[in-house]
Design a protein around this ligand. Structure first.
Ligand code: SF4
Ligand code: SF4
Length: 195
């Protein structure tokens, strides 16, 4: 009985295990590819919506180069890795004439309101090398001004490059968005639409 189990039953069990493995391999072999041959192929933008890269600012709908940020510092206070630096904007400086006019108005008993500082931050710096991508800053932002980037192709070759000026990045993105589409791309997009 021992020899029968060793020479017949066990090989049959092994064969069944192989068949099960081949069945799983065959199932995935026939499914469409979910990987690409980078850099010969790239992933379409619509398939990158769930990718969570570095943190970045969201611009105002009518002014994409200006962040929705109101400099409240919630993200800075709550970031466990201390990788965000936000500097508030200062009120605009008055000219000598404006100051003199304001002083005169005050002396005349008029109610004078001094110019207020803009809510947008003067600086918004982010150190990606320290970020744990926990999402706390995004969750705590009352202005909904932060998100994870879906730029899967972002690379850095040094820690210095991982310190990102998020205001400058937002401006670059707004410029790219407003740039006219190159003629060849526009023509092929139109051709694709027609097909
Ligand atoms: S994702 Fe987390 S670690 Fe990264 S900046 Fe936001 S709060 Fe800090
Ligand atoms: S990004 Fe949001 S949480 Fe951070 S300072 Fe601006 S408004 Fe506040």
């Amino acid at each position: 009985m021992g020899k029968f189990k060793e020479n017949v039953i066990q090989p049959l069990i092994d064969c069944w295990s192989l068949i099960v493995g081949l069945k799983i391999t065959g199932k995935y072999f026939c499914k469409p590819l979910v990987t690409v041959h980078y850099p010969r192929q790239v992933i379409d933008d619509e398939n990158l919506e769930t990718y969570g890269g570095h943190v970045e600012l969201i611009g105002k709908p009518k002014d994409p180069a200006t962040p929705k940020c109101i400099s409240c510092m919630m993200c800075v206070t709550n970031c466990p890795s201390k990788c965000l630096t936000v500097v508030k904007s200062k009120p605009p400086k008055l000219t000598a004439e404006e100051e003199a006019a304001m002083k005169a108005a005050e002396e005349a008993g008029e109610k004078v309101s001094k110019p207020k500082a803009p809510k947008n931050p003067a600086k918004f710096l982010y150190d990606y090398s320290l970020c744990s991508l926990c999402g706390t800053c995004i969750e705590n932002c009352p202005a909904k001004s932060l998100k994870f980037s879906n730029n899967i192709y972002w690379v850095a070759t040094s820690r210095k490059e991982m310190k990102i000026d998020l205001l400058a990045r937002l401006k670059e993105q707004a410029t790219e968005l407003s740039a006219p589409v190159p003629k060849t791309e526009a023509v092929s997009a139109a051709a694709e639409k027609e097909a």
